[in-house]
Design a binder for this molecule. Structure first.
Ligand code: NAD
Length: 282
């Protein structure tokens, strides 16, 4: 068996094309405010990529690039301004923030209706309740689309997630549970992790440890989603040892070209959805 490669680049391009078409029919471009504090190297690259992808589909971005030393009250004031600005449809704060800033207090200040990252407790709480949040975090949303491209019916599947972060593992577990999957979340303190991963019909690795998952972690025929982005010997690799698992899995997302492009496409989709939400006919 050789695993099917799930082409995140292709699926993301199809989503972006559809968004571009919808945006071209609008009276004005939807607008995303991006707040960046400091000069974290990876954050600068992520922000640039988001801006570039937005411009390509006709979506406007406004970058608020603050000093590393910016105060919490200044940042909160900026969020208040963006909340009140009717031209701004979506607001994201690039994480991680400098250490002196309280991430929860800052995210919680964004209006849930403009929280296109889906991190506000209103949105995460609604997801948890299996009700309809305004927005769902882009990475787990993208993962659901990738998984469904090879496995349309998820009910009853065993899903194991490696990593319990607020931005990937936890919301993804909820989304899978809401699709009637049996979900196990593992993390750094999980014991005998391989015993759990070997039961997975769908295994999602989101721990940030280069090529942690090997062939002997898998149930033969498992669907593998690799969220990790790790730099190893000047090369980007995932949390799954791609070459090692290829003959055991039934499908796998590559790194790069899997989850990454989907995350950006879903952020753009959320921003267009925010525009529609705020411009609903009365
Ligand atoms: P995080 O550091 O917030 O969380 C990591 C999680 O993995 C924690 O729950 C931790 O307990 C667990 N973990 C760490 N080492 C482990 C181990 N050896 N065994 C089992 N569990 C372990 O990370 P995050 O923000 O969720 O990101 C995870 C990875 O996904 C990173 O490589 C990040 O760059 C990548 N990421 C990619 C995208 C994308 O769009 N492709 C988006 C977000 C994050």
């Amino acid at each position: 068996m050789t695993a099917q490669i799930i082409d995140g680049r292709l699926i993301a391009a199809q989503i972006r094309d559809s968004l571009k078409q919808q945006i071209s029919a609008l009276p004005r471009a939807p607008k995303l405010a991006i707040i960046l504090a400091g000069n974290d190297y990876s954050s600068l690259i992520y922000v640039r990529n988001k801006q570039k992808a937005a411009a390509q589909i006709g979506l406007e971005t406004q970058l608020f690039h603050l000093e590393e030393t910016t105060s919490e009250s200044d940042l909160l004031q900026l969020i208040d301004q963006c909340n009140a600005d009717s031209q701004i449809n979506g607001i994201i704060v690039q994480l991680p923030l400098p250490e002196h800033l309280n991430t929860h207090r800052i995210i919680n200040r964004i209006l849930p209706q403009k929280d296109v990252d889906g991190f506000h407790p209103y949105n995460t709480g609604m997801l948890q309740n299996n009700e309809k949040p305004y927005f769902i975090a882009a990475t787990p949303l993208g993962i659901m689309t990738l998984v469904k491209s090879v496995c349309p019916i998820l009910s009853g599947k065993n899903v194991v997630i490696i990593g319990a972060s607020l931005i990937v593992g936890r919301p993804l577990a909820t989304l899978m549970l809401n699709q009637e999957c049996t979900v196990t979340i593992t993390h750094i303190h999980t014991q005998n992790i391989k015993e759990l991963t070997r039961k997975a019909d769908i295994l999602v690795a989101a721990c940030g440890v280069a090529e942690l998952v090997k062939r002997d972690w898998l149930k033969p025929g498992a669907i593998l989603i690799d969220v990790g982005i790790n730099r190893q010997n000047d090369k980007i690799c995932g949390d799954i040892d791609f070459d090692d698992v290829l003959s055991t899995a039934s499908a796998i997302t590559p790194v790069p070209g899997g989850v990454g492009p989907m995350t950006i496409a879903m952020l753009l989709k959320n921003t267009l959805d925010a525009y529609f939400l705020q411009n609903k006919p009365l």
